[in-house]
Design a protein around this ligand. Structure first.
Ligand code: G6P
Length: 612
């Protein structure tokens, strides 16, 4: 998984490309490179390591040109090494290509071209694309476009590519199949990119490419065709993200900035989705599919990573508010399952990026089976949002930190709104109850602020336990998935072993591991199982394990059973994941900082994973 940007305009291409790559750093970061074209020459710079190193190389070389392509790489095929870094060129050094995705049949294609004398220079699957384009041009393809179409027709797998040709300096080509790619429209300058944040400072006007479409981009416009070369009509969209939303604004890391953005973000979601006067939900996207929703007798939520954990909380919320039977599946499993559910099943896909490959494949599978598909995505125009029957956007703004924080909270918040909508529709929730639930949700921004106000204490506690061998996170009911997400954050960001259990399961095995080297985060707001949770805490302490409780404000008893307590505002049990999750995010963040981790660039992880 990698990030792509391309530029053609009147200014220095390297500056725009480097600036864009910095905004894409979160997509992958083991190596980076760019290519420009000037006076019939191709200039290629590639560097293993950081973007600063690439910048240094470019300054030393003074790379000219006002058209170019750039790439930041997270290795899938071939180790991070100079020869595997993009852009890749064809054997004649005429064509430069950057690629995101996986070419599944590259070995067979490589064998074929090698037998015809083409010499390969890398271990990557991506090089084959540059070599194929060069091969077709040599074999007499009339135009660059024609050679690109031929090359793409040979590929199996998924790709987003940008292509530069030293014999055609007035254009860039971009194409996609299964990986995101868009064209940015500026004033006498044009862009191509895999990710909107790369070009937000320059333009918000974009055209999202569909699979098997190719954009031929010049300085003042783009023509989109299919692989047969026929022009297709594509609508322009406007990205409504703010430039500052994609900057750190004084925070040391995007993750911390995004944690702190949450009260403001929830306020924005409320403003967009609520009529405050009438306490009425303005979910037009759901109104439009009301018939399908009322026909739904079952919901399957499918997602990966943090979005899956949000889905597990979603199940509790949906069943509580709407009474609709809800199952939750990990996308990578769901996509291969024998689906027994019928066409009265609604498949809700949750994905921040809207690009997770497994989640997208599962949407396609559900559609094949005749199920209705609704998606909850953050990135506007993303593949999952476009392929689902309908989409509800999270409205979380751009999330740059690899670990989901604000998008997770936005997922939960939107799930509450959807569930209340369904509950009203199924007449399970009466008007008075709806009004009081919505009123409670309007207090969430100020409650989240209160949790953030506890940061100094949470930081001190996280630092105290940062040296522990093992962290357990335990919870019950709706807070068990919060425990899963808490442990997940610790693994992702701190790179330490952390595991989560439903509190009642601890005694069936995991308790064997508890001793003085283990710290257990016990999620214990007042709930119907509060006493059971307290009993679990006592069992942990009886084995010398340390207990960090997350409890409701004013719970004076809890201190007797815990070594440390993080207090969160008191809300109804069903809403408790909102406040608990933010406390857990701060805990994981400060734990990881104490451990000296690279917070926004966790080892081996990428923000969106499009491959299997
Ligand atoms: C990757 C990220 C996770 C994220 C998951 C799902 O694995 O590292 O942080 O939760 O993908 O991403 P999505 O964009 O589908 O929500």
């Amino acid at each position: 998984m990698s990030g792509i940007i391309g530029y053609i305009g009147d200014t220095s291409a390297v500056r725009v490309i480097l600036d864009g790559l910095r905004r894409l750093e979160y997509r992958g970061y083991d190596s980076a490179g760019l290519a420009t074209v000037c006076d019939g020459e191709l200039f290629v710079c590639r560097q293993v390591g950081t973007l600063d190193q690439l910048d240094e190389q470019i300054r030393a070389q003074a790379v000219p040109g006002s058209a170019g392509i750039g790439h930041i790489r997270w290795a899938t095929h071939g180790v991070p090494a100079h020869e595997n870094t993009h852009p890749h060129t064809d054997a004649g050094d005429r064509i430069a290509v950057v690629h995101n995705g996986i070419v599944e049949n590259y070995a067979a294609l490589k064998k074929k071209l090698s037998s015809r004398g083409v010499r390969f220079r890398s271990e990557t699957d991506s090089e084959i694309i540059a070599q194929l384009i060069g091969f077709y041009l040599k074999r007499g393809a009339e135009t660059l476009e024609h050679a690109v179409h031929c090359a793409l027709m040979d590929l199996k797998g998924n790709y987003a590519i940008a292509v530069l040709d030293k014999h055609n300096p007035e254009k860039l080509l971009a194409a996609r199949s299964g990986s995101p790619m868009m064209v940015g429209i500026g004033e006498r300058e044009m862009f191509v990119t895999s990710d909107a944040p790369a070009i937000i400072p320059y333009t918000r006007r974009v055209i999202f490419l569909d699979d098997y479409q190719v954009a031929v981009v010049g300085r003042s416009g783009a023509v989109i065709t299919n692989l047969s070369g026929n022009v297709v009509d594509r609508q322009e969209s406007v990205i409504d993200w703010d430039v500052t939303e994609a900057q750190k604004e004084g925070y040391p890391y995007f993750m911390l900035k995004e944690i702190h953005e949450q009260p403001r973000m929830i306020k924005k979601i409320l403003l967009l989705k609520l009529d405050f006067k009438r306490l009425h939900l303005k979910l037009e996207e759901l109104q439009a599919i009301k018939q399908k929703l009322s026909a739904a007798h079952q919901i399957i939520i499918q997602a990966c990573g943090s979005s899956y954990h949000a889905g597990l909380i979603g199940r509790e919320i949906f069943e509580y508010f709407s009474g609709i039977h809800t199952d939750v599946e990990v996308s990578s499993e769901f996509r291969y399952r024998d689906l027994t559910a019928g066409t009265d099943c609604l498949v809700l896909s949750i994905s921040q990026s809207g690009e997770s490959g497994d989640t997208l494949a599962a949407v396609r599978r559900a559609k094949q089976k005749g199920m209705s598909t609704l998606s909850l995505c953050n990135v506007v125009g993303s593949s999952i949002s476009r392929e689902s029957d309908s989409v509800l956007y999270l409205q979380a703004g751009p999330e740059i930190g690899v670990a989901s924080t604000k998008s997770f909270t936005a997922q939960l918040f939107n799930l509450y709104l959807i569930a209340i909508f369904l509950g009203m529709m199924k007449r399970i929730i009466k008007r008075e109850l709806k009004d009081s639930l919505i009123k409670e949700l309007t207090f969430i921004p100020s409650l989240l602020k209160k949790v953030l106000g506890e940061e100094p204490l949470i930081e001190a506690i996280a630092h105290k336990y940062a040296g522990y061998r093992d962290i357990f996170c335990v919870g019950r009911g709706i807070n068990y998935p919060c425990a899963l997400e808490g442990a997940h954050k610790l693994r992702e960001i701190a790179g330490e072993h952390a595991s989560a259990y439903p509190a009642g399961e601890l005694k069936h095995g995991p308790i064997a591991l508890v001793d003085e080297t283990v710290a257990c985060v016990c999620i214990a707001p007042k709930s119907q199982t509060y006493d059971k949770m307290v009993s679990t805490m006592q069992k942990i302490r009886a084995r010398n394990g340390r207990v960090i409780a997350i409890a409701g404000e004013g719970d004076e008893e809890i201190g007797k059973y815990a070594d440390d307590v993080i207090f969160v505002p008191v809300v109804q049990e069903i809403f408790s994941p909102l406040v608990v999750s933010v406390a857990l995010q701060l805990f994981a963040y400060h734990f990881a900082v104490k451990r000296g981790r690279e917070i926004d660039r966790p080892k081996h992880l990428a923000k969106s994973v499009m491959v299997e």
